[in-house]
Design a protein. Structure first.
Length: 61
């Protein structure tokens, strides 16, 4: 799933888990949210590498 979808799904699971007292659901929500954050970091790193390559290519002309 997408970064934002995982974060949102994680928040919802954590809230429902907290309301219902379901610790397993809260943990699943925490994992989903963390996964979303990691996807975001990975996407930012990919974009930074792409920009760096692009600037090196254009700068060497």
């Amino acid at each position: 799933m997408g970064e934002h979808t995982d974060k949102t799904k994680g928040h919802v699971k954590q809230a429902v888990g907290a309301i219902t007292g379901n610790d397993k659901l809260k943990r699943e929500g925490m994992r989903d949210e963390a996964k979303g954050h990691l996807e975001g970091v990975a996407n930012e790193a990919k974009a930074a590498v792409k920009d760096m390559r692009k600037s090196q290519t254009h700068g060497s002309r």
